[in-house]
Design a protein around this ligand. Structure first.
Ligand code: PGU
Length: 409
């Protein structure tokens, strides 16, 4: 008889965003007159830029001609795209070998799949709160025990609390851990690690032989030139860190689907020599994945052209202006808000010590605004609430006006 992977039963509940969708639909059914204002999921809303559209169209046209038609592509992704990504890093002063870049269909699959090349007995450290995928993928793979209902923590995980006190970036773990997930700019807190903070993690990882999995999906939202966009800005990080990134938030590819992961040749684990982890990821990807769409990779190339980058940055500026509008509105009614400076998320402290889900319901009922409860990102997110800046300007303005006028504090 077949049996199931019982680790799935350890998972807290449904995945966070579908649960928010379910509650929102129920509210809408009960209140058909309500005009919903969505600042919940970090989903892009603006149209792709002309240069990127032209790139995607080029990709389609190539398929119409037998001389330019392509089927399955290069194992690690289009060589031109990998070279363009490498040149993109070089502009920021970072050396990345195109051979170490693996093009994918997004940062979510990569950040959930990457754990599969590490031992099941590895001890995993995660920022708390964190993008839920890091936790859930490791739970499913059996790297944890059960979740303790009282604390909301899984047995065997090492939680690195991110709080107001530490500016939402943790200190390195006290003991020895094996895998460390870091996300900067951070989802959900909007905090960005400094050069020194990342250097401490790199130093720690090199001392104990840990591997850092660095999710840089929001790196292009960093406008402060002193803040690192890539972990490879830290010397020695290529021996201890994998970096994951995405065109989703960078270029509005949330539905188009394109990302990349860097597994440096120099990276090694306790029981491997340099090169083996890179080869394992290649082995994993060639066995379980058949490459990102060739059309979409043309679109990615267009993003990385001078004109594409300029246009994508205009879009990023637009979303960041939304972030400023949200922050100012919330602060004007006395709420405490973090993030939103170099990241498209606002991290709001719930008023009067309300729980995150109670505040979700209150906001929905009183203002028709949908956000994301902080506790959905981990126990240390309790008492906080995330608002996304990825809406259309008029929706963002309407949401802020509704909060300012109707939220009862
Ligand atoms: N990494 C982080 C840190 C993210 O916040 C998200 C999206 C992704 C990866 C996904 O990138 P893709 O390249 O598009 O796969 N976070 C959004 C969407 C929710 C979700 O389930 O991915 C959010 O609202 O948190």
């Amino acid at each position: 008889m077949a049996t199931i992977n019982r680790n799935y039963r350890k998972l807290a509940a449904g995945y966070l965003f579908p649960e928010i969708g379910r509650r929102t639909r129920a509210f809408q059914q009960a209140n058909p007159e309500a005009v919903m204002r969505r600042l919940g999921i970090g989903n892009t809303t603006e149209a792709l830029s002309p240069t990127v559209i032209a790139g995607l169209e080029r990709g389609v046209r190539k398929l119409a001609d037998v001389r330019t038609y392509t089927g399955y592509g290069d194992e690690q992704g289009n060589g031109e795209l990998r070279a363009a990504l490498s040149a993109f890093y070089a502009r920021g002063g970072v050396t990345v070998n195109p051979d170490d870049i693996f093009v994918s269909d997004g940062a979510k699959p990569d950040s959930s799949n990457i754990q599969s090349i590490f031992g099941v007995d590895n001890v995993v450290a995660i920022q708390d709160p964190a993008y839920p995928v890091y936790v859930d993928s490791n739970v499913i793979s059996g790297r944890t025990g059960e979740m303790d209902e009282a604390s909301g923590r899984y047995d065997r995980f090492v939680y690195m609390p991110c709080s107001e006190e530490n500016g939402f970036f943790p200190a390195v773990p006290d003991g020895k851990v094996d895998l460390i997930y870091l996300c900067s700019p951070n989802n959900p807190t909007g905090a960005v690690a400094t050069h020194d903070q990342l250097a401490q993690f790199v130093q720690y990882a090199r001392n104990v032989g840990a591997v850092i999995i660095f999710d840089a999906s929001y790196s292009e939202y960093i406008s402060d030139p002193d803040l690192p966009k890539s972990i490879y800005e830290i010397e020695g990080a290529d021996t201890c860190a994998i970096e994951i990134n995405s065109f989703s938030k960078f270029a509005g590819f949330t539905g188009v689907r394109l990302g990349w992961t860097i597994v440096p040749e120099a990276l090694a684990a306790e029981d491997s020599l340099p090169g083996e982890i890179r080869r394992m990821w290649l082995r994993r990807q060639t066995t379980f994945f058949n490459g990102a769409s060739n059309i979409v990779q043309e679109g990615g190339l267009a993003v990385l052209s001078d004109e594409g980058l300029r246009e994508c940055h205009q879009m990023i500026d637009y979303y960041m202006e939304n972030a400023h509008i949200i922050r100012e509105g919330l602060q004007s009614i006395g709420l405490t808000v973090y993030g939103g400076d170099n990241a498209p998320y606002l991290w709001l402290k719930t008023p009067n010590g309300m729980s995150s889900w109670d505040f979700f319901d209150k906001l929905l009922n009183e203002t028709w605004v949908i956000g994301t409860p902080g506790s959905g990102f981990g126990p240390a997110g309790e008492g906080f609430f995330r608002l996304s800046a990825f809406g259309h300007r008029e929706d963002v303005e309407a949401a802020v006006a509704s909060i300012v006028e109707r939220l009862q504090l």
